[in-house]
Design a protein around this ligand. Structure first.
Ligand code: ADE
Ligand code: ZN
Length: 330
């Protein structure tokens, strides 16, 4: 199995219905049944509705133990699919809404990463995210929390939420604050908004990577700028198909971006909502982009090179990739 790595998955969005029901029971909560469809999976109609269902399921994660379990179970499943490294994006705004402090939020996630490493040999890191539709002031509050409580396993900062309604420039202060504290940054851009917003993101925010970023493909000059800056894209094809941004691989720009020299990676985004997983993303890319093992290992190499991780760990992971992918490629 090709060693895999994932840079873009929303931690609260990794919990499948079975785990969410278990957490609700543990916390003596009633779940709104309309969040589930007849097939037992999550039910949502469009992206903004998806974000609401996401909030409802995230509300079941209420204690450090809950966060530990969500993190651990996700990483254990990834390890089973051959992943050696995963960065999970967490949202302290969601846990604060459930009465948890940032310290408790961090404590639970760190325990999940450490336990998964001990039991399954998978390396993990946490990227703390703010939510753009909660506004710039709230983003600044998250930035302050992250900078005030450094932890070696919390290794980056990002932002999700409603991209179409909330352009990136208004969050420049929050991103600068975290970047000045020494953490690298990524941001969702070029998913629900076009290339102009991608350009705005890379010109106003200190980001080394872009979440999605695929709609940059609509502007060739921007694609060249992304190549020149060495920005890595966290591409999530299955998510894009599920939300309707692209129909299938025949209109998805991943192959074109790769051919143009953009560094791309494969990611699941919110796996149970989008009927995907990191393993499935690799399988689908192999089939539809007609990639052999070397091609697939290239995604893992790009991810490890762009990972928000300390250098000794990066070297160890690259060596694991080389060993698992059957020899070093040039
Ligand atoms: N928050 C949770 N999942 C998200 C996604 N796929 N895009 C943007 N924000 C999110
Ligand atoms: Zn995302």
């Amino acid at each position: 199995m090709i060693p895999k790595a994932e840079l873009h998955v929303h931690l609260e969005g990794t919990a499948p219905p079975e785990l969410v029901r278990r957490l609700a029971k543990r916390n003596r909560m009633d779940l709104p049944e309309e969040i589930f469809g007849d097939d037992g999976n999550y039910h949502w109609t469009d992206f903004l509705h998806f974000l609401k269902v996401y909030d409802a399921t995230a509300a079941t994660i209420r204690t450090p133990e809950d966060y530990r379990d969500v993190t651990y179970e996700y990483l254990a499943g990834c390890a089973e699919e051959g992943a050696i490294y995963v960065e999970v994006m967490s949202s302290p705004d969601h846990s604060a809404a459930n009465g948890m402090s940032y310290a408790n939020h961090q404590e639970g996630i760190v325990a999940g990463i450490e336990d998964a490493r001990a039991d399954h040999g998978i390396e993990g890191r946490c990227i703390v995210t703010c939510v753009r539709h909660f506004g710039a002031e709230q983003a600044m509050e998250v930035a302050r929390q992250v900078a005030a409580r450094p932890h070696p396993l919390v290794s980056g900062f990002g932002m999700g939420g409603d991209e179409a309604g909330f352009p990136p420039a208004q969050f420049a202060r929050a991103f600068k604050y975290v970047a000045d504290s020494g953490l690298p940054c990524t941001v969702h851009a070029g998913e629900w908004a076009g290339p102009d917003r991608v350009r705005e993101a890379i010109e106003t925010l200190p980001v080394q990577r872009l979440g999605h970023g695929v709609r940059a493909a609509e502007d060739p000059a921007l694609v060249q700028e992304i190549v020149a800056r060495g920005i890595t894209l966290e591409v999530c094809p299955g998510s894009n198909f599920a939300t309707g941004i692209y129909r299938d691989f025949s209109d998805h720009p991943l192959a074109r971006l790769r051919a143009d020299g953009v560094k791309t990676t494969l990611n699941s985004d919110d796996p149970p909502y989008f009927a995907t997983s990191v393993g499935r993303e690799y399988d689908e890319a192999a089939e539809h982009l007609e990639l052999d093992d070397d091609g697939l290992a290239g995604f893992t190499r790009n991810a490890l090179k762009a990972a928000f991780v300390d250098e000794p760990t990066r070297e160890t992971l690259l060596a694991r990739l080389d060993a698992g992918a059957g020899g070093k490629s040039p």
